[in-house]
Design a protein around this ligand. Structure first.
Ligand code: ZN
Length: 358
């Protein structure tokens, strides 16, 4: 017997009592909440396929406190079989591992006709689902309980990656973009502080470094405070980014990277990261970046993944002081030289080298 890996729920008169568009304040059906939470604890994923307007239906799921349990939702007016197939494709699950719950016999018949491998249940079967053998995976590990969160994180990452595509390289090249990366001066610092404060969307650590914090590090031999400026054929963008890097012989530690949201679509974050990777490679050092997920900086996480940072373990991590807050992730890369950016002209200071004597 194949275990069910994902249950796809209809909404009207199945998950909730009544029809949202007619009855408004619908409430969950009996047994539904218990069933959803128990399936979730068993590592069985859940999704929604409903004929409704997406926005009010999803909002109602949120109000009912159950939206978080669903890893995928197809809410619209197309055939249910297409919705169920899209969900299976998205999760990369075989149709034999998908179940579908719907109160309407015609909808179950439509799914069964096009997708005979999918198990279809009427709404009256909800109270019995948990006792069926196919909903009782032989082992429930900690991993399977975390499965939902990890699918949801992947879905968000995919969505961000799609939105990260941005303008075409051809268009970017037509802008004659230039980027300069220099050691920050005291004059740069107030603008830098503003960047770490105001561009929370692009602040990879969510940590605020004050003007005084950064000023104190300007003369510290192990720290590099870097200012990023950009311009294009229409004129200067001014200071658009700041980075704080602690350099050591074996490992470089990127403690702060923040860029202005105005330059996100120019790939500014990834350009700075690729440059740092090349500099670290030239110095023979590994590169570790602090990343603390916040509600607004996911696009920065995409830049890290995009440039090759991972959570892989490396002995060099042991050389860093512990982050201490329990939320900051250490993303690691073993650097290799990167090609120069092909959509902008980069001029940058050389790091990790003794400055030429004057
Ligand atoms: Zn390392």
């Amino acid at each position: 017997m194949t275990t069910v890996k994902c249950v796809v729920w209809d909404l009207d008169n199945t998950l909730w009592k009544g029809v949202l568009l007619e009855d408004g304040d619908v409430v969950l059906n009996e047994h539904v909440l218990d069933t959803i939470t128990a399936l979730d604890a068993r590592g069985v994923l859940q999704a929604v396929a409903s004929k409704n307007d997406h926005e009010p239906a999803w909002q109602r799921l949120e109000e009912l406190g159950v939206a978080e349990y669903f890893v995928a939702a197809r809410i619209g007016w197309g055939p249910k079989s297409a919705s169920v197939r899209a969900i299976a494709d998205e999760l990369e699950f075989a149709l034999t591992t998908i179940a579908f719950v719907d109160d309407q016999p015609a909808e179950r018949a439509e799914v069964a006709f096009h997708l005979p491998q999918v198990r279809c249940h009427p709404a009256e079967a909800i109270p019995e689902l948990l006792s069926l053998p196919e909903y009782n995976p032989p082992t429930v590990t900690v991993d399977s309980r975390r499965r939902r969160q990890s699918y949801q994180a992947n879905a968000r990452r995919r969505a961000e990656q799609e939105s990260f595509d941005g303008p075409s390289e051809e268009f970017l090249r037509s802008l004659d973009l230039v980027m300069e990366i220099n050691r920050a001066t005291t004059d740069d610092l107030s603008r830098m502080e503003e960047l770490t404060l105001r561009t929370s969307q692009m602040n990879a650590t969510g940590v605020h470094y004050s003007d005084a914090d950064l000023r104190a590090l300007l003369d510290d031999a192990r720290h590099e405070v870097l200012a990023v400026t950009m311009g294009d054929r229409f004129g200067p963008h001014g200071a658009v980014g700041v980075a704080l890097l602690e350099t050591g012989p074996a490992v470089w530690h990127l403690k702060l990277l923040a860029t202005s949201c105005r330059v996100v679509s120019f790939g500014a974050g990834a350009t700075v990261l690729n440059w740092l990777i090349s500099e670290a490679a030239a110095a023979g050092a590994h590169l570790v970046a602090d990343f603390r997920p916040t509600a607004r900086n996911r696009i920065m996480e995409v830049a890290y993944r995009f440039t090759g940072f991972t959570e892989e373990y490396c002995a060099c991590l042991g050389e860093l002081r512990r982050a201490g807050d329990g939320e900051t992730q250490r993303l690691h890369i073993t650097p290799a030289p990167r090609p120069a950016p092909d959509t902008l002209r980069l001029t940058a200071v050389r790091l990790g080298r003794v400055p030429d004597a004057v």
